[in-house]
Design a protein around this ligand. Structure first.
Ligand SMILES: [Zn+2]
Length: 475
């Protein structure tokens, strides 16, 4: 036999062995499991559970920021609703949370043309003296522009960050804009500023300011920080035209109280032959206080609970255990998810696959993942099972959300039916986050995508291998 022919034969044999081993690593879903996924998808499109849950949570509990009476009521609500839906092992896990109270805030332009504007203190902001603070304002676009100012340009002044967030479907506009809110107050304080006002990290043109957490640096004074809406930021920027000196006043009675008890709420659909492996569905129970947290994150809570409920209604039981975790205090320091990971004590590897819903009430537009490359064929099969929902195929680089970040860093694979965030930041963290902003049709479609994906994740006939490196979350 000529050498070339031998090489071709050997090559063919190697190709055959390689594809045989890939198939062995990523076996196919059974016909019964795929049929059940189709059934879940169809049932979800006609199911009102998720909408009813958001309606109940926003009506009976309403605002539920960490440590508040609403936070406690939300924990009781979660336990009661999980029991009502028939989940197993329903329980709470105690979590201590920071307790910041907003109080009242005012923002006024004093000169050149006096007027006051609706405002919200940023989450965690210190308050002002009762009479407020008054100073000349310095307008900058963002953190880079602040750093580029001459020395002493902001000393004893109030800094106005005037960067407009870009509208995107995947939330990347938020990721680019939000450092002004989290890091802006300390960056300004480090240069001697006495207060900060920001253009809301929001895409809305309504007059609703947008709150959200500050992360104060340890080594500089904590200064008060508030947000104004996009139209008011436009108006404030116009006051600077022609080089006029702009004076503003901030008044805020926000303050910290002692840390308070809260809890993660946990319930399960028990698995069968692989019951020791957990597919975790995460959302957060707390919300910011100006609205009632319908889209952030009542929707995520509802999508996950409805998904588990629909799966529990199948004739077939899941192989792996499906665990819904409603995390305490995502908004102001991810206390619940950190407590959850700490309590695992080396048991993290039992969490074989994670899903998080914290990006509004749908629809789902894309299926992304972060799995070991050997499991990518399984993701492809799941994607094909979702074909009637007409999703796009996303990449394998998803970071998940803030609540599953700790588990993802420990190597847990993630699947992500990506929620469409195009309009999310019109409402998120504002007084306008109400049930009226939830589209029931889009919500049912989102539950359909999650239910079918979670089910197949729980039925996967292969092993969900650990993933080595995970990007940090985008929000
Ligand atoms: Zn959220």
């Amino acid at each position: 036999m000529p050498a070339s022919k031998t090489l071709i034969l050997v090559g063919t044999l190697l190709t055959f062995l390689a594809s045989a081993s890939a198939a062995e690593k990523s076996p196919s879903f059974s016909k019964a499991d795929l049929a059940a996924a189709g059934q879940l998808r169809e049932r979800a499109l006609a199911d009102a559970t998720a909408y009813e849950l958001i309606s109940s949570l926003t009506t009976e509990v309403g605002p539920r920021s960490a440590g508040s009476s609403g936070d406690k009521a939300a924990v009781a609500w979660g336990l009661r609703e999980m029991q009502r839906l028939g989940f197993a092992n329903v329980r709470s896990m105690d979590v201590t949370v920071p307790h910041w109270v907003r109080g009242e805030a005012e923002f006024s332009v004093l000169a050149p043309w006096p007027q006051s504007m609706p405002t919200l203190a940023l989450g965690g902001s210190v308050g002002t003296p009762a009479e407020g603070i008054e100073a000349e304002a310095v307008m900058v676009k963002d953190l880079d522009a602040l750093k580029a100012l001459p020395a002493d340009a902001v000393r004893d002044r109030i800094v106005f960050f005037n960067n407009r967030m870009e509208r995107t479907r995947d939330g990347s506009g938020y990721g680019r804009a939000v450092p002004v809110r989290t890091a802006g107050p300390s960056a300004a304080a480090a240069l001697g500023a006495i207060g900060v006002v920001i253009r809301s990290i929001s895409t809305s043109d309504e007059r609703f300011p947008h709150t959200g957490a500050i992360r104060y640096a340890a080594d500089v004074p904590r200064i008060p920080a508030v947000a104004i809406s996009n139209p008011d930021a436009d108006a404030l920027a116009r006051q600077f035209e022609n080089g006029k000196s702009v004076r503003v006043r901030i008044r805020s009675s926000s303050r910290d109280l002692a840390p308070a008890p809260s809890a993660n709420v946990i319930g399960e659909i028990p698995g069968t032959d692989l019951a020791g492996e957990i597919v975790i569905l995460g959302a957060h129970l707390d919300s910011w206080d100006p609205g009632v947290g319908a889209i952030d994150d009542g929707a995520g809570v509802a999508i996950m609970m409805a998904t588990a409920k629909l799966i529990s209604g199948l004739d077939q039981k899941p192989r792996r255990t499906i665990r819904v975790v409603l995390f305490a205090n995502e908004e102001f320091g991810t206390s619940g998810s950190r407590a959850y990971v700490e309590a695992l004590q080396g048991d993290a590897a039992r969490h074989v696959l994670g899903f998080e819903a914290d990006f509004g009430a749908g629809p789902v537009w894309r299926l992304s993942s972060r799995v070991n490359s050997a499991q990518l064929p399984a993701v492809d099969q799941i994607f094909r099972a979702l074909a009637p929902l007409k999703l796009a195929r996303g990449g394998n680089e998803v970071s998940g959300g803030a609540d599953l970040d700790g588990l993802a860093k420990l190597g847990m694979p993630l699947m992500s039916p990506d929620l469409d965030g195009t309009k999310y930041f019109d409402v998120h963290h504002t007084a306008n986050d109400t049930l009226a902003k939830v589209d029931p049709v889009a919500l049912r479609q989102a539950v359909a995508a999650f239910a079918a994906t979670v089910w197949l994740g729980a039925q996967y006939p292969g092993e969900w291998e650990r993933v080595q490196t995970v990007k940090p979350p985008r929000r």
